[in-house]
Design a protein around this ligand. Sequence first.
Ligand code: HEM
Length: 405
Amino acid sequence: MTEDAVPGRELYSDEFAADPYPTFARLRTDRPVCPVSGRFDQYLITRFDDARVALTDPRLSKDLYGPGQHYLRIFGPNSAGLNRNMLNADPPEHTRLRRIVSQAFAPRRIEALRPRVARIVDDLLDKVLPHGRSELMHDFAIPLPMTVICELLGIPPADHGRVLDWTQVIRTSGSSGRSAEEERAAVQDAQLRLHHYLADLVRAKRARPDDDLIGALIAACDDDAALSEAEVVATTFLLLFAGHQTTADFLGNAVLALLTHPEQLELLRTTPQLLPSAIEELLRFDGPLPVASPRIATEDVEYPGGTVPRGAIVGVVINAANHDPAHFADPDRLDIRRVRGPHLGFGHGVHYCLGVSLARMEAQIGLGALLRRLPGLRLAVPAAEVRRLPAASPFRGLLELPVTF
Ligand code: HEM
């Protein structure tokens, strides 16, 4: 790392957690390709044009398990093979790993889930309605996508609670007030337990096949030898995590953005047909995955905004790119009627979000029902007091969203 790298602890301040967009604007202007030191050193890319190219640049590898063993720097020595899935692989490995699950996420298959998702949404809202108040992350934003992905994978209902507990330890890491060492130990423990749980579940389902997504992965393993058992477990882990974490944080961020922009909320209430475009705008405005997953420069890579040296880890800052005024007029304004240009909230290129149709459907049904059934929805605390995930978290989301209605 160069000597003029920005120390991560300076960048990821409390003000940054509350509102990272002024910092992103500064980086875009002053150091659009910026070395940052921290738990692992990386180069952040913040301009839209550079970011879009970087997300599809073959010189930036996603293979964290190949030469260089970069996963050790990024996930730590105890992550075993849990992250050895499509997200951390290049073609042709990536193509093989993605092809097996891509059918299950095709728009037509996802559309068939609509009635079940609507039922889950209604059940969750039925529970909160009589109370007149709710902590929406706990009562709604987290359990909605969690229940959907658990059911899709075939995780037995009796186990949803503990799976949720482990994933929440990982998601909220850094916010418990414990020492960094204790936090790391808690995350490793949760990850290990989840790993053992998923490995046992896959073994049990291999003995007694089920008609669910894990069953389909096992069939690919047993019938065509297209996947190893370890790959079935790692793919299940990715789908479980990617399938609920981002959607939960998106729902929380979206509701907060609407409640703090009452004219946009009112517009959406009175013009519900704007919901699909509102969801894209809310994702652009404050997305749940501020930085795309790590990439490795296989050679010195030059972008108009600067150069990334060979061997460096690269973080493409999706949320900075999505606020680039070169691409979005008045980018810090929430405007659910905005039509200009596709955002990078679901990524770009071969790693483009596999669950995009599911995420959009959950958001449409979830937000639609929330606005319809809780017409008096408002924040129960001042917006500045809403507790967020720590600034250095790879995710942008809320710890709590207290509301009344
Ligand atoms: C990949 C965003 C929901 C599964 C990605 C990427 C982004 C993203 C930005 C690309 C990461 C990269 O290139 O480094 C989101 C957002 C969501 C969401 C904002 C919700 C609002 C979902 C859901 C699933 C899912 C519901 C369902 C399982 C995946 C998978 C990948 C992925 C498997 C890896 C694809 C690959 O490597 O080929 N997502 N996602 N996502 N997403 Fe999503």
